[in-house]
Ligand binder design. Structure first.
Ligand code: AMP
Length: 290
């Protein structure tokens, strides 16, 4: 694996691969890697000839400065994991390489409703930060394929929109959520949980699984009015369940999987999404109900 720190070196190196006819797969991360990240590398290696991973803890996407300061950094282990997975290039830039003009006054993107729904509402400015770093990375890598996790469901939607705005032909592949044996979605932030908090956090997965089960329980014969009642009942039950496990809930939602807006009357195709704090650590997860 080759480690590069400068955009210029990365572009030159990838230019050579492109001339040699290789397709390029890209996996952007913030490090503290786990099997969820490695699953993206694996999918990239099966899809593209050449796999680039980036590790960059992007300051502009943290709406909470404490979250940024405490973001786990495990770079040596990350490098070993990426080597083992057969990554071709690790791009490891410094902040001034990504933001040569500094981090204030950066471009703003029109993300429409995505910026006011769910994560957008609870993390003001977060998705603008995601777009700022992703634009720089995407324009440096010019990947054929981009691999991102469905754990960050709304982020995938935002990046799809960004690709449209900046007009890059990179194909986005949203990839399945990798979970721990008990169901907790793998996340770099799990490293910040105490053993007891870690055990209780599985309630997020369990709440989603309960909503999925409830969604399947013959509500479709009961008529439109009962479906909205069912949504209320399921989300309320999930909220109580999460709170009973010491989670402080930002939102529990059942939404349209394409727009994240509330469901249309009688709509079966749905996704459940949760964001909640365990202590100081904010965790998110989601599950298709369809
Ligand atoms: P992060 O380092 O948290 O910014 O994540 C980098 C990429 O890995 C994003 O596309 C995430 O959605 C993805 N990712 C994070 N956790 C998981 C997981 N448990 N399963 C699959 N993908 C994940």
């Amino acid at each position: 694996m080759i480690l590069l720190k400068k955009v210029e070196d990365l572009s030159r190196w990838l230019g050579k691969q492109r001339l040699a006819g290789e397709s390029i797969g890209f996996v952007p991360t913030m490090g503290a890697l786990h099997e969820g990240h490695i699953s993206l590398i694996d999918i990239s290696k099966k899809t593209a000839g050449f796999t680039v991973c980036s590790i960059f803890v992007n300051p502009t996407q943290f709406n909470d400065p404490k979250d940024f300061q405490k973001y786990p950094i495990t770079i040596e282990k990350d490098i070993q994991m990426l080597e083992k997975a057969g990554t071709d290039v690790l791009f490891l830039p410094e902040v001034n390489e990504i933001y040569p003009q500094g981090i204030s006054g950066l471009e703003k993107y029109d993300l429409g409703r995505l910026e006011s729904l769910l994560e957008g509402a609870f993390r003001p400015g977060h998705f603008q930060g995601v777009c700022q770093v992703m634009r720089r990375l995407l324009e440096a890598v010019r990947a054929d394929h981009l691999f991102m996790g469905q754990k960050d469901y709304q982020q995938c939607m935002v990046v799809r929109r960004l690709l449209e705005i900046i007009g890059l032909p990179t194909l986005l592949h949203p990839c399945p959520i990798v979970r721990e044996a008990d169901g907790l979605a793998m996340s770099s932030r799990n490293l910040r949980l105490s053993d007891e908090q870690r055990k209780k956090s599985v309630a997020i997965y369990q709440a989603l699984a309960r909503m999925k089960e409830g969604w399947g329980e013959g509500i479709w014969d009961e008529g439109v009015a009962d479906i909205s009642g069912k949504i209320e009942e399921l989300t309320w039950e999930a909220l109580s369940f999460l709170e009973a496990h010491d989670l402080r809930v930002d939102y529990v939602a059942i939404a349209d999987p394409v727009t994240l807006e509330p469901l249309a009357p009688g709509q079966r195709d749905a996704i459940a999404l949760v964001a909640a704090f365990m202590g100081e650590v904010r965790l998110i997860d989601n599950m298709s109900l369809s």
